[in-house]
Design a protein around this ligand. Structure first.
Ligand code: ADP
Ligand code: MG
Length: 160
């Protein structure tokens, strides 16, 4: 697991850029954390690093946005989703079963049963005593992303 403390939006964006430099096509990234933790900010920086030039906003109402960068990026936000059955309706599994491009899912932990076997888990938590402080933990579920985790750990350590 890679953990680090960030003290500003820019520092979280820098971490997301490191993830963007290492991530491979076919990866699902699941983001967890309360409202305002920084999930969308993380995705914005990740998408920029992957060459997306247009607007990147939280797909709270439309549930999914697609961006074109060096590969397609599918950005889900499950905040307003009420049941797992709705995931089928929005075609969620078509994107996560054998992902083309990169899939990022905000509020992924709302439906743990719906997540694929292999994914990268990114958890952002506010710090109680620091308004702009966040604890960022990145880990992988399943064995497929262990090499990615190792490379990420090296680049996070060398950037500090
Ligand atoms: P979420 O998608 O998790 O609801 P957003 O990314 O929309 O959260 O909003 C995060 C807010 O918190 C932004 O306004 C951002 O500027 C602010 N913020 C303050 N400190 C940080 C930090 N260390 N990391 C990320 N965001 C931060
Ligand atoms: Mg958001």
């Amino acid at each position: 697991m890679v953990t680090c403390m960030t003290h500003s939006p820019d520092e979280t964006a820098a971490l997301a850029a490191l993830v963007g430099q290492k991530v491979h096509e076919g990866t699902v990234l699941c983001l967890e954390g309360d409202l305002g933790a920084g999930k969308t900010l993380f995705v914005q920086s990740l998408a920029r690093t992957l060459g997306v030039e247009g607007e990147v906003t939280s797909p709270t109402f439309n549930l999914m946005n697609i961006y074109e960068g060096i590969c397609p990026i599918y950005h889900f936000d499950l905040y307003r989703l009420e049941s797992e059955a709705e995931l089928d309706e929005i075609g969620f599994y078509e994107y996560t079963d054998e992902p083309e491009g990169i899939v990022v899912i905000e509020w992924a932990d709302k439906f743990p049963e719906a997540l694929p076997e292999d994914y990268v888990r990114i958890r952002l938590e506010r710090l109680a005593d620091e308004e702009d402080g966040r604890l960022c933990s990145i880990s992988c579920v399943g064995g497929e992303h262990e090499k990615f985790m190792k490379e990420l750990a090296e680049s996070v350590h060398s950037s500090h």
